[in-house]
Design a protein around this ligand. Structure first.
Ligand SMILES: [Cu+2]
Length: 180
């Protein structure tokens, strides 16, 4: 009899641990993207379609790899992205050949290469860094009520405490069901 009740508790505990783990993953995992993937940062790649292939989140990192002095990376305003004229609207310049850009704000980022002709030739793209706590693809979301974050700038801690409240409420219910 003792063995079966232990089994019951384990079957209850495992999904809870899996839930917690998936929440932590959603919050803590930052993805590192090499811009252009295998093509890296060069004049032959369509970066608009590269950028569309991914969903970028707060905390993710973009890595620009290229031969130093053959290219560079400017973070620019939307207007400068559109015009490819970097005489104004340049926010940050990178030229190391392996530039790591951390997306540390929820906003739209615009990047160009400022070597003559490269931006107009396609070395430019825009991405939107979203709040990663809003986006979740956990399969467990179908099993428990989904709680929308209350504010746009809510932190991971708020998110986890919201989720934890749901789990905490489910534990007595689960114990009740298993004991009946
Ligand atoms: Cu270039």
């Amino acid at each position: 009899m003792k063995g079966t009740s232990l089994f019951k508790y384990c079957t209850l505990l495992l999904p809870i641990l899996a839930l917690l783990y998936s929440f932590l993953l959603n919050c803590a995992m930052a993805t590192v993207y090499t811009v252009g993937d295998q093509e890296e940062w060069n004049s032959q790649t369509n970066y608009a379609s590269w950028a569309e292939a991914y969903n970028f989140s707060l905390g993710d990192v973009l890595v620009f790899r290229y031969v130093k002095e053959q290219h560079n990376v400017y973070e620019v305003t939307k207007d400068t992205f559109r015009s490819c004229n970097a005489s104004s609207g340049v926010l940050i310049k990178y030229d190391s050949g392996e530039d790591r850009v951390k997306l540390n704000k929820v906003k739209k980022y615009w990047f160009i290469c400022d070597i003559p002709g490269h931006c107009l030739g396609g070395m430019r793209f825009g991405i939107e860094a979203r709040n990663s706590t809003i986006a979740t693809n956990s399969t467990y979301d179908t099993l428990i009520p989904h709680i929308e974050p209350t504010t746009l700038d809510n932190s991971c801690r708020n998110y986890i405490s919201e989720r934890w409240r749901v789990i905490r409420n489910l534990i007595p219910l689960g114990l009740l069901l298993f004991n009946l």
